[in-house]
Design a protein around this ligand. Sequence first.
Ligand code: NAP
Length: 333
Amino acid sequence: MTSSMRALISGIGPEWVLREVPRPQPAPGQILIRNRAAATNNADLPMLAEADPTRGGHGNEFIAGFEYAGEVVELGDGVDGWQVGDQVMGSIPSSFAEYVVADQRFVLPRPDNLDPAVACALPTGLLTEHGSLTIAGFTAGQSVLITGASTGIGLIGAQLARALGASQVIGTTRTAAKRDLLKGAGVDTVIVTEEQDLTQATLDATDQQGVDVVLDHIAGQTFAQCLAATKIDGHVVNIGRLAGPTSAIDLDDLSYRHLTVHGVSFGFSRDQEMADVIAGLLPEVIPVVARGQIRPVIDRTVDLTEYQQAADRLRSGEAVGKLVLTMQDLDKP
Ligand SMILES: NC(=O)c1ccc[n+]([C@@H]2O[C@H](COP(=O)([O-])OP(=O)(O)OC[C@H]3O[C@@H](n4cnc5c(N)ncnc54)[C@H](OP(=O)(O)O)[C@@H]3O)[C@@H](O)[C@H]2O)c1
């Protein structure tokens, strides 16, 4: 194993820079993983911009990326339950690199049939959507509304809700062109928000009752519209804020419907909370993934050295699903 690795660094300028940096060492309780593929997330570009010192950013250099898939190559002291050679995937900062270290509690097993270039696009969606369904007390037979079901993680949420026995999955997109994409992810009723009123369309699809659980990736006024589209005693989970973090809500919707509102930000969860979210995922979700019932939507896959293509595509706003960066062994063809 070499003592250095290639990684994409933020905090130098407006773009990631590919550099040779020291390979991390696993501390006690950590696992060193040879990373084979990494997927992009919505947060990657804002974090790159915030770090750009040429445009007033903080200038602190860090390895970008949040999702990886590969195999275990070294165990830190005190690690149990993992072996060198185990196939793994996960969601952890500094994933745009040939090696990542992760707390052993945060690592997910990668099913044998799942190629790293596919697996790497799953962990953030799986843990965010499953963690959100769990917080909402979701059980089989309940209905789920997913706003922004066309987002990378929303597409996983739709498949997950379907696989876990949702009675009905309703999903939104702004554009009718993505109707088939959502249907393919298991969405029963697609609401095109540029053409339809979200609240009314949801009520129409649920006998005017509303849904049991909302997974909201959009926020802004969409969040307010979700409240009136939720069943009495239902749960609304805000996950993302693509349309902005503020929303003027009608408190009558909240009170008369006896709703419970949750906010989640798993990237900023305390370690034990994250460990609990992942422990909850293992028995219920990994078998579903192994059976092929959940697959990420991947917009395109490029080699790590072609990272600028991935950044440009992400910036275009036209990507559907994830961009994947693969990391080949340099000494192999
Ligand atoms: N809470 C957590 O722990 C957590 C974890 C991961 C991600 N997130 C958040 O979840 C959200 C989704 O992340 P992602 O990486 O899956 O997103 P993504 O794949 O980049 O989502 C892109 C899609 O979002 C929709 N969209 C973008 N801007 C929008 C707007 N202003 N209004 C409505 N729709 C808009 C568009 O779909 P259409 O064109 O079809 O409308 C677009 O194709 C982000 O806000 C992210 O920060 C939260």
